[in-house]
Design a protein around this ligand. Sequence first.
Ligand code: KIV
Length: 286
Amino acid sequence: MSITHSLDTSTSRAHPVPAPMKRLTVPKIQKMKGGEPIVMLTAYTARMAQLLDPHCDLLLVGDSLGQVIYGLPSTVPVTLEMMCAHGAAVVRGSYHAVVAVDMPFGSYEAGPAQAFASAARILKETGAAAVKLEGGEAMAETVAFLTQRGIPVIGHVGLTPQAVNALGGYGARGKTDAEARKIVADAKAVAEAGCFALVLEGVMEEIAVAATKAVACPTIGIGASAQCDGQVLVTEDMLGMFERTPRFVKRYDDLAVRIGDAAAAYAAEVRGRAFPTEEQIYRKPK
Ligand code: KIV
C-alpha cells in the first residue's frame, strides 16, 4: 500500500495517510485509572519519538533534557525556549501517544497568570496536548486555573527535581510519617484541582500505594510502586546511556557500551583506510 502525506496547516506537519495509529487523548488516559497500566517514557527528539511512540501511551518531553541533552547540572537552568523546541520535535515525530511537555523552573511558580502564559505558549508552539508541573498543595490553585481554561495538566509530587536546592539532593522522599502525610496531601490537592494524571517520583512504596488509592486520576510512578496506574522512566536511563543508574531504573539495554564499540570500530577502519570501501563510494558510470 502506498503512503501519501496530507499537510496540516495548523501545525505544518505532514501526516502519513493512512495514519499508522490514531492519537490517544487526555480523556482516554484519564479512563485508564485502575485498568491496563499506562506506559510513559521521556522523548526529546523527533527520531526518538518515532521509535518510542508505537509502544507508549504518553511521551513526556521532560525537563530532564537539561542533564540528558545539554549536560546541565540540574533541571533548574532549563528554559521555555528549550522545552518548546524539543516539544515541537517530539510532536512531529509521534502519531499515537499523548505528548506532554514539562513546564521549566521559573515559568509557572509566580502565579496562575504566569503559568497560563507559559503553558499556552508551550501548547501553541509545540502542538502538545498537555503540560506537567511540579508541586503539591502550593500549586493547586495554579492547576485549577489552567485546567479550567482548557489546559490539561499532569501533576508531579514526591521528589520534585526542580526543588533540588531546597531538598538538598535527589534522595527518596517520605521517610518520616509527617513527610509521608504531606506527600499524600500534595497528591490529593493537585488531583482535586484537576490534574488528569499524576507523577509520583522517588517515594516510599507505601506512600505511592496510599496516594494511588486516594486520588481519582491515574498515578504514574518513577521510583514509586508497581501498584501505580502507570510507570515512567527517562529513556536514556533505561537504554543504559549513562554509567550511573539510579536504584529505581531498570536497564533494558547497554547502549553506551554499544555506541562506544561502534565508534571504536569506525575509528579503526578510518585509520586503517578500510572505510570507505567500493560499496560506499561513487564512480562515474562506464
Ligand atoms: O523531567 C523528567 O524527565 C521527569 C520524569 C522523570 C518524570 O519529570
